[in-house]
Design a binder for this molecule. Structure first.
Ligand code: SF4
Length: 1023
């Protein structure tokens, strides 16, 4: 170590200046603290020494906090000691010199801008999504290594000696970019972390009194960038300094940290005693959630054994993968913890700001519902969920769709699918009540969408940050943001910071990137407390720290050690050559040694160390263990760790393996705990617990209920009130639906449940059978009213029918109605040809009618129907049902009639009229198109039987779901395309087994049971 000024050395503040080495963080820390103790005791004898502080310089905030705590814990007040990071020290030097750091917020964007102007970089990077991030990373490395403009020519020459072609062109371009950035740094029109450190070194070399220091310790550094090393070296030369290094034997020949050792340990170092060996154990867990749970239980056990929570650490190489699971599990075990530098989940402000950033990024293409998230809400606004549903009902998928939508579409408001209840109308018929969004609410959205787009379209492609910030403030005004909108205060603060960042003009996408960076911290909440409790740390934050107990999680291959990849623009071979000019330029593949060092340091950081990994990741993919676990040569202990149970675990254990009565006793207390955990006030929970237990008994019965139908399996009971839709005569199609799947018919035809609309969902094909059938039916109804039918058919009527359907379905795709009309035309042509052949007199279309039938008790009942067409032919009434689906034979119809699924035309024929199905498929044989009711069921017995069975099920409230076939455990075809399956037990093997057990059991013969069995067995008829 070069000479230090006489008045600053040799005062013996805790031993001779120079370097010390020890093996492991605990030994290093013990040595450091002993020296600090000695220095402090000298102050007690000579308080005048307090005029200049002792300084401990560390690489991270986490280590700074730990050293501060350890000093306090040692029992005496510690004054005159300043523990600070190297960056903090640099800032202090600049402030004392009356200088301030130039803002660095825009450095990355300046690099991107300069790189875009280099053809050798633009050619490869322009087409990639933020490809210039690679150029930014390379320039960062050059600047951190101490690159200044003077290095440019020698580096260009060296690069030309070892590289050629595109590789040389890229490297030269990068060096030119770095030179221009360093010119700006020198002029202080731009800031970068390296510039602050370099200026602090310069200032200290010129005037050491800028940093009043009695003595100085450098602690926790294993490696450093070039400019960091320059500053550390300056400190070591100019002050009475001691360097503490964690240097295990195996590390002495390693390339990792070699530069630091070379530059800072040139005076003989002395070694401290090695740390006593740690007890190391390892375990593996099924998945990351289980791993987090085991870590939380492990921490709980240590705290219960008397270890201070702050002396316990859970460390991961990539903490982001584990933070939320850890938060959940540590909370369940009542473990106090702090994430130190790691952030938690997105806050409401963060969600609003994220939606705003997406709007800036995607503009008119942003999904309309995401745009709703970016809007400010005013008192009296419709609930966001209703507005979202209303947009889907209107077929509005994107912001541009909303801006382009004609206001006439919602002039009567928008009726949502969400049902609020059942009522009776003026005629006494039951009807479903649905939520509605007022027309004014949609018009307000429309106006705001237009204003948003106008604002976005007026944004300049390139402008100073202040101009972008001002435009953004106007945009939030157009979105209705107010002072109390979540994220508004955070955005204002970030914009104020950005406006101080400099005058450099920025592209819109660069401004957005800067904005996202500025908002990153405020968008999430802290992970745990503010430093107290169990330390949840990343490996980098845990560097050089010691603990009483340490658990390293996430030790999977490819995670720890992290994957080290070469810089595509400045590969390692070239970096090695450039080191001749810029010796501190990092070589990426040396990162492997860093990983091994970090792991070795962790294993030595506590007397008790536990290593763990998960066998599968959160998606279920297998994750092999890290090779680092093999380095410590211990086997996995696959026996479950003795774990304390959280109150939740105890309840789950009762629920899974104890008697239902015990669970019933434990549930009210557990519900009360859950309310308290959510910050909700206490209240009487008996009724809620009883309701939950009743639902549990239905979903997972353990008693005789296993052989009975329950309400979720369709035993809903007879109507009890006038608003039950069963109080009016059913339509024949309702009975057909009941035969296909009674539960689905109950949901859709009685409860009026509908799946939510999705304007962004897959479009139905133009040949979609249901849609095509509706268009053909609509077109034929319109055709019957024309003078020219069946001689000819105006094509615009087809388009009118197609448009009506697309509006009803919420399909806003332009041109879709034309395609639909074109697909429907051949079907209509078949109907025209058939009508032209027998020239019927058309009496009506889509006409309602009532058939009189008898139920199982022989009572007369009404069965309503709607006939597609009523004609008079040869003096006799004829009703027609147009069919656009796959043609069926007479035998198919006979089977369908016996099973109750095809009874429609038999209801048409109940008053003696002729009734027929007409298949309009243009590919079908003309001779087989028309099937008459009399050909299917001449004696009408089958119709009577099916109708009686279906009426009985409807009356008794027996709607078993067709989760399986009556004779075997096989899913029915209907389930595969059922849009109501979220409201059904489909996929629940327990429910299928219960249905089978019920169908086989001997029943008491109640009306509901008999009706349910009869409807359940309908599919067996006619097979
Ligand atoms: S999923 Fe199957 S059983 Fe359930 S309602 Fe739909 S068709 Fe019926």
């Amino acid at each position: 170590m070069p000479a230090v000024e006489q008045d600053q050395i040799g005062n013996g503040e805790g031993g001779p200046p120079g370097a010390r080495t020890a093996c492991g963080p605990r030994a290093v820390e013990a040595g450091l603290l002993a020296e600090l103790d000695a220095a402090c005791s000298r102050v007690e004898r000579d308080p005048a020494r307090l005029a200049r502080p002792l300084r401990v310089i560390v690489p991270s905030r986490a280590l700074r906090e730990q050293i501060g705590c350890l000093l306090v814990e040692r029992g005496r007040a510690r004054i005159g000691i300043r523990v600070q990071t190297l960056d903090g020290l640099a800032r202090e030097v600049l402030e004392r010199a009356g200088q301030c750091a130039a803002p660095s917020l825009l450095c990355g964007e300046v690099v991107r801008d300069l790189a875009r102007r280099e053809p050798a970089l633009a050619r490869d990077l322009d087409g990639l999504d933020d490809g210039y991030a690679a150029a930014h990373a390379s320039v960062d490395d050059l600047l951190d290594a101490g690159f200044i403009e003077l290095h440019l020519d020698p580096l260009l020459e060296r690069a030309a000696e070892v590289a050629g072609g595109p590789a040389l062109a890229r490297a030269s371009a990068l060096l030119r970019v770095a030179a221009q950035v360093s010119r700006e740094l020198a002029a202080q029109t731009l800031g970068h972390r390296s510039a602050e450190l370099a200026r602090a070194s310069e200032l200290l070399r010129a005037d050491v009194d800028l940093l009043p220091t009695r003595a100085l310790w450098i602690h926790g550094f294993a490696d450093a960038t070039g400019v960091q090393l320059d500053l550390l070296e300056t400190l070591a030369q100019r002050f009475e300094s001691r360097l503490w290094l964690d240097l295990p034997e195996v590390q002495r020949a390693s390339a990792f940290g070699a530069r630091l050792r070379e530059r800072l340990t040139s005076v003989p170092a002395h070694s401290a005693d090695p740390s006593p060996g740690a007890r190391v154990a390892a375990s593996r867990h099924p998945d990351p959630e289980c791993e987090a749970r085991a870590a939380a239980a492990w921490a709980r056990a240590r705290i219960d054994a008397g270890v201070a929570p702050e002396q316990i650490a859970i460390v991961a190489r990539d903490l982001a993968r584990h933070r939320l699971a850890l938060r959940r599990q540590l909370g369940r075990f009542g473990v106090p913890f702090s994430g130190v530098a790691e952030r938690g989940a997105t806050t409401p402000a963060g969600r609003q700001l994220a939606a705003l950033c997406e709007l800036l990024e995607r503009g008119a293409a942003l999904p309309a519902e995401r745009w709703l998230d970016a809007r400010g809400r005013a008192a009296g606004d419709a609930p966001p969920a209703d507005l979202r549903d209303a947009l889907h009902v209107l077929g509005i998928a994107s912001l541009s769709d909303l801006a382009a939508a004609p206001p006439g579409t919602w002039s009567d408001g928008v009726l949502l699918r969400a049902r609020t209840g059942l009522a009776v109308d003026e005629q006494g018929a039951p009807r479903a009540l649905r939520r509605r969004v007022r027309s004014a609410a949609i018009s307000a959205l429309h106006e705001a969408a237009l204003a948003s787009l106008r604002q976005l379209e007026g944004d300049p492609a390139r402008a100073p940050v202040a101009a972008h910030a001002a435009r953004l403030a106007e945009l939030t005004g157009a979105l209705g943001w107010r002072a109390d909108t979540p994220g508004c205060a955070e955005l204002s603060a970030a914009l104020a910071d950005l406006e101080r960042a400099g005058e450099s003009p920025l592209r819109r996408d660069d401004f957005l990137r800067v904005l996202r960076r500025a908002l990153a911290e405020v968008a999430t909440d802290p992970l745990g407390g503010r430093g107290g409790g169990v330390q949840v740390l990343s490996v980098m934050e845990a560097r050089a720290r010691s603990f009483a107990a340490l658990r390293v999680i996430g030790l999977e291959r490819g995670v720890f050690p992290r994957r080290v990849s070469e810089d595509p623009l400045l590969p390692d071979a070239l970096r090695r050559a450039l080191r001749d000019v810029l010796p501190d330029l990092p070589v990426k593949t040396e990162g492997h040694e860093e990983e091994r060092f970090l792991f070795g340091q962790l294993v030595a950081a506590a007397p008790e160390v536990h290593l763990s990994c998960a066998q599968r990741d959160a998606t279920g993919r297998a994750t092999p263990p890290s090779p680092l676990i093999e380095r410590v040569a211990i086997g996995f202990c696959d026996a479950p760790e003795p774990t304390p149970r959280s109150p939740r675990d105890a309840l789950l254990e009762v629920a899974q393996s104890r008697a239902r009565g015990e669970f019933a006793s434990a549930l009210p207390a557990a519900l009360a705990d859950a309310r308290r955990a959510l910050g909700l006030a206490d209240r009487e929970l008996g009724p809620l617990a009883r309701a939950r237990l009743a639902v549990l008994r239905e979903l997972d019965p353990r008693d005789a209920r296993r052989h009975e139908l329950g309400p979720f399996l369709g035993a809903v009971g007879a109507p009890r009130s006038r608003v039950d839709p069963r109080s009016t005569a059913p339509f024949v199609t309702q009975l057909e639906d009941t035969a296909r799947c009674p539960w689905r018919a109950f949901l859709s035809r009685i409860l009026s449940v509908e799946p939510p609309p999705d304007a962004r969902g897959a479009l139905p094909g133009a040949a979609d059978k249901r849609l095509l059938g509706n268009v053909v039916h609509g077109a034929l109804a319109l055709a019957a009213a024309t003078e020219t039918w069946p001689g000819s058919f105006p094509r615009e009527l087809l388009l009118e029918a197609a448009r009506e359907q697309t509006v009803k379905e919420g399909v806003a795709l332009p041109g879709f109605a034309q395609v639909l009309a074109r697909c429907a035309a051949p079907y209509v042509e078949v109907a025209r040809r058939l009508d032209a052949a027998d020239s019927p007199r058309i009496v009506g279309v889509e006409e309602l009618g009532v058939a009189r039938v008898r139920d199982a008790a022989g009572a007369e009942r009404e069965l309503r129907f709607k006939a597609d067409r009523i004609d008079e032919i040869a003096g006799r009434m004829r009703r027609t049902d147009w069919k656009t689906g796959k043609p069926k034979t007479v035998q198919d119809h006979q089977r369908g009639l016996a099973q109750g699924e095809r009874i429609q035309i038999h209801a048409y024929a109940q008053d003696g009229a002729r009734a027929r199905y007409v298949y309009l498929d243009p590919e079908h044989d003309d001779a087989k198109r028309v099937i008459d009711a009399s050909a299917i069921d001449p004696g009408r017995e089958k119709f009577d039987q099916s109708v009686a069975t279906l009426f009985a099920a409807r009356d008794a409230g027996a709607f078993p779901p067709r989760l399986r076939k009556p004779d075997r455990d096989e899913e029915t075809v209907a389930c595969r395309s059922c849009d109501l399956r979220p409201a059904c037990l489909r996929g629940d093997s327990g429910a299928r087994m219960r249905l089978a057990a019920w169908a086989e059991a001997q029943h008491d013969g109640s009306e509901l049971e008999r009706a349910a069995l009869a409807v359940w067995r309908l599919p067996e008829n006619g097979t």
